[in-house]
Write a protein that binds this ligand. Structure first.
Ligand code: ZN
Length: 293
C-alpha cells in the first residue's frame, strides 16, 4: 500500500478528520538519517503529523514547519511539509540509545524531553509567517500537538501517531489520525468519538493488520457516518538544489564568504534533510562572493 493521507468530516459536519499511512516515508527517513529505533519513532511521529497538517494548508505554495526540542538526547526535530503531499525532516541526534518503557514501548517522551517548546510555523505567503508555540507536555508528540491545537488554535483535537520499529531496526508500520471538534458539535458526538478513540487498537496495530486510512477512520467513527473529501499521495521529498544552497551562501555575507575563500579555499555543504552534499571550488565561492556584494 502506497502512503497517502485522507481528509473528511462526519456527515453531520460536527467533526473533521485527517488520517495518514506513512510507513514508506518513515522508513525512507530512517535510511537517509541512519536512525536508531527511538530516534526514528520520534522523527516518524512528527513526519506523520506533518503530512496531515500539510493538508490543512489552503494554498499550494504554503509551507508548514514543525519543530520540537525538549532538551532530551534527541536534540531538535524539524519537519517541513506542504499541501501537495511533500514532507521532509531531520533529527539532531539520529543515534539516541534505546529507552524502553515499562509497557515495552519505545520511550519517545524521554528521547525528546520536556524542557522546551513545540513550535508550529505556517508560511502562508504573507509578509510574516504565522507562529504558534507551546511548552512541551510529554514529549510524546501526539499529546504535545493536542495541546498546541487547544491552546494556539482553540480547536479541541485528538491526535494519534504511531511508528512500529522491527527488532532488526526497520519501520514496518507508521501512521496517524487527527480528529477535530467543530464549534457546533453536540455533546453526544463528542462523547461518542471520545469513547471510540479510547477503545480503539493502536494505530500501528491497525496498519499492520492491513487497514487503509479509510478503514481506520471507519473504526474511529464507529456508528457515525463519514464523508471523505480528498485523498492525497504523500512522499519524503527534499527540494534542495544548487540555486537554494547558493542563496544560503550569499546570505552568509561578504566577510564570512571572504574568509571561506581565503582560509579553506573550498566548501562542502550538506543538506540537513536529505544528506546530499554540495561542493564548492574556490572559483565558485569567488563567483558567489561577487554576487553577494
Ligand atoms: Zn536536500
Amino acid at each position: 500500500m502506497k502512503d497517502y493521507v485522507i481528509r473528511g468530516a462526519s456527515k453531520n459536519g460536527e467533526l473533521r478528520f485527517f488520517c495518514a499511512i506513512t510507513t514508506d516515508i518513515v522508513e525512507k527517513a530512517r535510511q537517509i538519517h541512519e536512525c536508531s529505533p527511538v530516534s526514528i519513532a520520534a522523527l516518524g511521529r512528527l513526519l506523520t503529523a506533518g503530512t496531515m497538517m500539510g493538508m490543512m494548508l489552503k494554498s499550494i505554495n504554503d509551507k508548514l514547519t514543525l519543530q520540537i526540542n525538549g532538551k532530551g538526547p534527541s536534540g531538535s526535530i524539524v519537519v517541513v511539509a506542504d499541501s501537495g503531499g511533500n514532507v521532509k525532516g531531520y533529527i539532531s541526534n539520529p543515534n539516541v540509545d534505546l529507552f524502553i518503557k515499562d509497557n515495552g514501548k519505545l520511550d519517545v517522551g524521554k528521547a525528546v524531553g520536556t524542557d522546551g517548546v513545540l513550535t508550529v510555523i505556517k508560511d502562508l505567503g504573507l509578509k510574516e509567517p504565522y507562529m504558534g508555540q507551546i511548552p512541551i507536555e510529554s514529549g510524546e508528540i501526539a499529546e504535545d500537538l493536542t495541546s498546541y491545537f487547544a491552546i494556539s488554535e482553540q480547536i479541541p483535537t485528538a491526535v494519534a501517531l504511531g511508528v512500529f520499529v522491527e527488532p532488526e531496526g526497520c519501520v514496518s508500520a507508521s501512521g496517524g489520525f487527527i480528529v477535530q471538534v467543530m464549534p457546533d458539535a453536540s455533546d453526544e458526538s463528542i462523547a461518542t468519538i471520545e469513547s471510540n478513540i479510547k477503545n480503539i487498537e493502536s494505530i500501528t496495530k491497525l496498519i499492520t493488520m492491513g487497514n487503509s486510512p479509510e478503514n481506520i477512520i471507519e473504526k474511529v467513527f464507529g456508528t457515525m457516518e463519514v464523508e471523505i473529501y480528498e485523498d492525497l499521495q504523500i512522499d519524503y521529498i527534499c527540494d534542495c538544489s544548487e540555486e537554494k544552497i547558493d542563496r544560503v551562501l550569499i546570505s552568509l555575507g561578504k566577510d564570512e564568504l571572504e574568509s571561506m575563500v581565503e582560509e579553506q579555499g573550498q566548501a562542502e555543504i550538506t543538506c540537513h534533510f536529505c544528506n546530499r552534499k554540495y561542493c564548492y571550488s574556490k572559483a565558485q565561492l569567488q563567483d558567489i562572493l561577487q554576487k553577494s556584494l
